[in-house]
Write a protein that binds this ligand. Structure first.
Ligand code: GLN
Length: 540
């Protein structure tokens, strides 16, 4: 643990500057220089985790192998690096206070007054040290959520200030990401907000070592010198983070060109080692030079939010990488779809994907879209709720059970083809009652899933309460929807397929949490392969 170096990334001026992607890109570059990294996110909110937050508040909930519901930044960490994340990589103010208050109730503080400093700050530091101890990586990179100046991030900043004081500048590094806005009328990039943001940090006892400035075009030497002078940061340590509009996977290349990795290693007195980065550069070349294009409709009720299905969009792009194909996503709100206009929405699509979700809103539109995909033989990929809707659609339109439904939407349905597993029936508390995290699944030989995974046993992450109702198994299979993936004890249905359709796969799990640009998920790769076949056919 003592040799682990700690890199803390804070954000200033504004939120949404791409701190998560910066952390992930730095991890990617340090790995390319032969170092190992662990990445951790500190979220200043009081919720224990984002599991119960509305997507409008939080965007996607990213699920780790061990079933933690976390911030979507962890998705970037896993996609950009080799690190495997668990619940220990995601920390919130809620978790910190919960742990301290539980200890206080048990009497562990022996009658002392429990305070933000040192008790809360010690708990924050322990979470960081635990990760360092367990992973023994060369670096632990910690993203401090929120923006400097927020009241709620103060304890986190105090904890990392203490760490710098104790371990010194050769072991603890402060990187601050800020915004250098361009005032349109003046056509000039302004450094003042960055200067103010650094002052806020200084007031908390933190002098940043490196400044990363988000800007629309690279900073001039003069700008860097100015920021350097006002902020006490060497001018070679002032880095431009230029807006990238092509592919998110270009960001590590942009930072490599800005020498972020070298500056970080030099600041910590570490050898820069040889960079072996061609795999990543080739990947980006492949993305930018894709020869084909497919149109994929994604039908989810939160499509107006950029981040609500972040991992799904990324995984679709990975499927594109596997097939040298650019994936153009058409986001469609299911509430806009009805039986009359469904073809207007979906005409010309080469694939239709219905992602996960909760609640009844938009369900009927999704079912219409799935019926269209099934009957028009358009590749279909249903994920979690998307799979459940495919089962409902088949129940209604093929089995002829007009009121087939999930008990989530109609508890009184005579044909509850999707229902809660019994042992969960009596639990009513929100959050913490779901099937969460990775579970093994056994695939049927000869199925589409088996031919995509090329393996009989897989493991995928889950986040749901409802399941296929097993007593309908034979009826479905007789009418042409096969159940091709099961939990090892065969009690839970994990995959449904229609073998007479070119590619119709519904999965109860979330494959989008297991896909990387360097290792596209087999089901996304297969879905895009089949969509490009349809695209080619429509061209001919
Ligand atoms: N609402 C469904 C369930 O709880 C699906 C969940 C999801 O898509 N993540 O089972």
């Amino acid at each position: 643990m003592s040799k682990t170096k700690y890199i803390f990334i804070t954000g200033g001026v504004s939120s949404s500057l791409g701190k998560g992607v910066t952390v992930a890109a730095l991890g990617c570059l340090l790995e390319a220089r032969g170092y190992s990294v662990s990445l951790q996110k500190m979220d200043p909110y009081i919720n224990i985790d984002p599991g119960t937050m509305s997507p409008y508040q939080h965007g996607e909930v990213y699920v780790t192998e061990d079933g933690a519901e976390t911030d979507l930044d962890l998705g970037y960490y896993e996609r950009f690096t080799k690190s495997h994340l668990s619940r220990k990589n995601s920390v919130s103010t809620g978790q910190i206070y919960h742990a301290v208050i539980e200890r206080e109730r048990k009497g562990d503080y022996l009658g002392r007054t429990v305070q933000v400093v040192p008790h809360i700050t010690n708990e924050i530091r322990n979470r960081i040290y635990t990760l360092a101890r367990e992973h023994e990586t060369d670096f632990v990179i910690v993203e401090i959520g929120g923006t400097v100046g927020d009241i709620e991030s103060v304890p986190f900043l105090e904890a990392i200030r203490q760490m710098r004081y104790e371990h010194g500048s050769s072991q603890v590094l402060f990187v601050h990401l800020t915004l250098v806005p361009t005032i349109t009328a003046a056509g000039e990039a302004k450094t003042k907000p960055t200067q103010h943001s650094v002052k806020e940090l200084l007031a908390l006892g933190i002098q940043p070592d490196i400044l990363i400035c988000r800007i629309n075009k690279p900073m001039t030497k003069e700008m860097k010198t100015k920021i350097s002078l006002f902020c006490n940061v060497k001018d070679q340590n002032v880095i431009s983070a230029v807006d990238i509009n092509t592919s998110i996977y270009e960001i590590p290349i942009m930072y490599k060109e800005e020498k972020l990795d070298e500056v970080v290693l030099n600041a910590l007195g570490m050898d820069t080692r040889k960079l072996s980065f061609s795999h990543w550069e080739n990947l980006v070349k492949k993305i930018l030079n894709a020869k084909k294009q497919v149109k994929i409709a994604v039908i989810g009720k939160y499509i107006s939010l950029q981040d609500a299905y972040r991992s799904v969009y990324e995984s679709l792009a990975h499927g594109g990488i596997a097939n040298d194909t650019e994936v153009v996503v058409h986001k469609i709100d299911p509430e806009d779809i009805d039986s009359k206009n469904v073809k207007d929405h979906l005409k010309g699509m080469h694939g239709i994907l219905v992602p996960g979700g909760f609640g009844e809103r938009g369900i009927e539109g999704k079912i219409q879209a799935i019926q269209y995909a099934r009957t028009k033989k358009i590749p279909f990929f249903g994920i979690c709720l998307g799979m459940q809707c495919a089962v409902i659609e088949f129940g209604r339109n093929v089995l002829g059970y007009k009121d087939a439904n999930s008990t989530e939407f109609n508890p009184k349905s005579n044909h509850p083809v999707i229902s809660m597993i019994e042992e969960q029936m009596e639990i009513e508390r929100m959050g913490g009652t779901m099937r969460l995290g990775a579970y093994p699944c056994i695939l049927k030989k000869g199925s589409t899933a088996y031919s995509e995974y090329k393996s009989e046993k897989i493991s995928e992450r889950h986040r749901h309460r409802f399941e296929f109702t097993l007593r309908y198994k034979d009826e479905y299979e007789k009418k042409g929807m096969n159940l091709t993936g099961f939990s090892p004890d065969e009690s839970l249905v994990e995959i449904v397929e229609i073998p007479s359709h070119p590619w119709f796969v519904g999965v109860q799990f979330h494959p989008e949490f297991n896909s990387k640009p360097t290792e596209p998920h087999p089901l996304f790769a297969g879905f895009i392969r089949q969509a490009s076949k349809l695209a080619k056919k429509s061209e001919d």
